[in-house]
Design a protein around this ligand. Structure first.
Ligand SMILES: [Zn+2]
Length: 265
């Protein structure tokens, strides 16, 4: 399909939902939603009862102010639940975080081609992206990639978390791998040094961090966050220094979920 047609169709869809979706809509979730969370989201299963309830509330809140729509694919409730979980996990250490820089998540039936969205470069098999320019406040995710991130066998990959971490990174205005809104300034130098060292190790072929993380600082932050939340034990074992600093960034320890912010737990 010509890129321009895709863009016009998307623009119409976006305008429609922005006009007709009231912010903060009350969401009624199906009765089995806690069961679905327990089935698909291992992070949720590790939480104590109090934090499980808090997680459920955050999922509900997210679904109340973000539209999730399919492009050439149906969107089921489990799909929505996985998008919301990807959004809530990285911000679960913060008391009142809201994704003000997001309005809509579009799900694609498979990987997609970035150039359809007039994004420079020709990456045919894109799993997810956050929009810029006309697609500002839009996130696009491949549905299979979203589900793969929550498969039963722990992996180091979670496309949903990856894209939401880019949004957290963007909170200070730049997607640059330095989440200034989250990281205390005194850790900035240490964080940037760790990124540089680790990117070198990835490039030399001696790291178990996905090679894509060596693309630039922003991708490093997003890729290591996937690993941090998906297989925290292994991440801590192999990258203790990065693990410690990322607990500071996210204000939580995902191994045995505990939270630094007193208002949170
Ligand atoms: Zn990325």
């Amino acid at each position: 399909m010509a890129p321009i047609i895709v863009l016009v169709a998307l623009a119409l869809l976006i305008v429609f939902f922005i006009l007709y979706k009231k912010p903060g809509k009350k969401v009624i979730l199906p009765d089995n939603f806690k069961k679905l969370l327990a089935q698909h989201v291992s992070y949720y299963n590790k939480l104590d009862e109090k934090n499980k309830t808090r997680f459920e509330e955050k999922v509900k809140e997210f679904l109340g102010y973000i539209s999730i729509e399919g492009v050439n694919t149906d969107v089921t409730f489990p799909d929505k639940l996985l998008v919301a979980s990807s959004a809530v996990i990285p911000i679960f250490g913060f008391d009142k975080w809201k994704y003000y820089n997001l309005k809509m998540v579009l799900l694609y039936p498979a990987t997609f081609n970035r150039s359809e969205f007039l994004v420079p470069g020709y990456e045919k098999n894109t799993l997810g992206m956050i929009g810029n320019g006309p697609l500002q406040r839009i996130m696009i995710l491949s549905k299979p990639a979203l589900h793969y991130g929550f498969q039963a066998t722990p992996s180091k990959e979670n496309t949903g978390i990856h894209e939401f971490v880019h949004l957290l990174d963007k909170e200070d205005g730049d997607v640059d791998g330095l989440p200034e809104a989250l990281l205390h300034r005194k850790y900035n130098t240490q964080w940037l040094e760790l990124i540089n060292q680790n990117i070198e190790t990835i490039i030399s072929g001696h790291s178990d961090i996905n090679y894509y993380g060596a693309s630039n600082n922003a991708e490093f932050f997003a890729v290591t966050s996937e690993y941090f939340f998906s297989s925290p034990e292994l991440f801590q074992q192999n990258h203790p220094e990065l693990f410690g600093l990322m607990c500071n960034i996210f204000q939580q320890n995902p191994i045995k979920p505990s939270f630094k912010n007193k208002n949170v737990s």
